[in-house]
Design a protein around this ligand. Sequence first.
Ligand code: BGC
Length: 752
Amino acid sequence: MTRSFFKNLFAFTIMISHLTICESQNFPKKNREQRIGQKADSVLRLMTLDEKIGQMNQYNGDWEATGPITNDGDKQNQIRMGMLGSMLNVTGVEHTRELQQMAMKTRLKIPLLFGQDIIHGYRTTFPIPLAEAASWDLDAIELSARIAATEAAAAGVHWTFAPMVDIARDPRWGRIMEGAGEDPYLGSLIAVARVKGFQGKGLGSTDALMACAKHFAAYGAATGGRDYNSVDMSLRMLWETYLPPFRAAEEAGVATFMNSFNDLNGIPATGNAYLQRDILKGRWKFKGFVVSDWGSVGEMIPHGYAKDNYEAAMEAVIAGCDMDMESRSYIKNLSKLVNDGKLSLGSINDAVKRILIKKFEMGLFDDPFRFCNKEREQQQWNNKDNLNAERQIAEKTIVLLRNENQILPLSRQTKTIALIGPFIKSVRDNLGFWSYIWPDDSARIISPWQGIQNKLGKESKLLYARGCNINDSSTSGFAEAVEVAKQADIVIMNVGEAADMSGEAKSRSNIHLPGVQEELIMAIQATGKPVIVMINAGRPLIFNWTADHVAAILYTWWLGTEAGDAMADVIFGDYNPSAKLPVSFPRSEGQIPVYYNHFNTGRPPKNDSDLNYVSAYIDLPNDPKFPFGYGLSYTSFSFSGIDLNKKSFRPGDSLTASITVTNTGKFDGKETVQLYIRDLVGSVVRPVKELKNFQQIFLRAGDSKKISFTITADMLRFYNNKLDYVFEPGDFMIFIGGNSKDVKESSFTLLK
Ligand code: BGC
């Protein structure tokens, strides 16, 4: 210990006490940024190289794992030695306090950051992100993230590894459940809603989590839909389809980014300088920090991109990855890399400063225990308002795919209802992947059985048969289920995927309804009773026979804690379904990838039966079973023709497209009016349709409303061959409708 150590410590103490007074949100943003930057610099100046490297190191807690665990030594001791900047999977006020106290025993008392995958709720589980995307309701999505952040922040968590903003066009990929579907425009709006929801009033509020846009980039395009797989795509496709939601999250002020497991055009994303340095920190001027994905620094070795961890750590830092999650490559190699002259101190300082800045912004230097408030944790633990909000959001995500003869909604007077299927009495499966297990789950989570029972009076009788298991070949329960169905006036079935059948490392080559569930539906349908099918899943499934035969289908995803009540609200008409698919549903795995915004090709088929040397299958239509944007209501809507206020306009000017929507059915209801545009001729080929805007309107039965969309040249931009973001004068088609397929159309010209 030298004199200069005490001198530094003194300076540090002064600096810390200074912080407590001034980190209020009231200072203008720029000044605040500047001051926090200076503070981070002053801490940085005090730090040894080892302490700096410690900040770039993140370990999993020993309690829960979301990846392959490495148990190598005493993590608590490493905290005490300042070898750790952050931990993941540690929650709870007591737990986080205990570890933070250890961090406070280090020389510089730099607080730890606690990160966690708060993907769709913490204590209250919300519908999975793909389901929420089906609501197209940005306020609801923001609210869901807000509540999740409030609950998690009250339990000591600082940082969520969400939102996942990966575009996914391949339902075999299990992680499609975590994103917003296939469309870059909708995906971008949802990315913003989630970032705003998680970060609330801003970092520094005790109910705000730092958000993390992941996985940068193109992870959703894994070849063959197989998780962690390679991605090879043109840069134009990357910019046009996969990057926009990341850009939107960055512009919305997301605190952090996570890179991804995949290689992109031969370079692992974690070691990809084009992505992290050139695009993110360069072109986009991102000020936050980048965390690796779990072990992804070390995984550059099996990728065949680094010889050993020494090289992997070097490549990752050079590429702009600031924090190493769980691969221990940084902690073991960075010091040597700097001493060997392979990495500059500047690159380490840059990474550490970014991390320190976030710790300052979170107010952790002021009070490292500000998220460890027992009272707040208790308050959020059983918050009824959060459960109510969850139920309302869940209702908005249920997609009505079919409703023959308006069989739904059911009357509460229905005498005998048979409830059949492996999910009718399920509890945990309603939460889906990336959800937390709490000891009182069985009492808290509402099963469909419970929800339907809650809705009905004593006069109604509910019968039950499981019928079959989720994913085996036994039909031994069919006979009982058929008998039960015969005794009922109506049958409600609940089938689908278990919570661990979509999610990370849950890719499936066969995405039909698992096991013998569709055979069970056939057997029940053969009784002649009206059959309503609810399908729970974390991805688009294939169920063609069901889609063509049963009376009604509700796609019920994984709806969260209040699942059963939300289902019952929709079945009995307390909520009129309004959700729209955020992703196309294929007819067969052979069509994948199938998405609405594809190119036309030089030989587009004229119709489904056109096989005359066209771009088509000889055994299947090209289009999906259910298109992007599709979803029915208990009422019906009609659309007038499109009215354009002019046929052409110049850049700088705009055009207004209007359409009158009428509720032609018997129920009040909500419609999502979708605007698509096609650029007919471009310097590069353009998709047959691109979503450009939408509006959700509520119409009473019989009412009409005129909806107007403004179209500007900026909405017509795309990445040309040089990757410039341009619009090109010429002719455009415009489409407006209630889904991407059934639309009214018109055309206009963008003049020079
Ligand atoms: C996932 C990330 C996640 C991380 C930490 C990884 O396996 O890909 O999305 O945030 O684990 O749980």
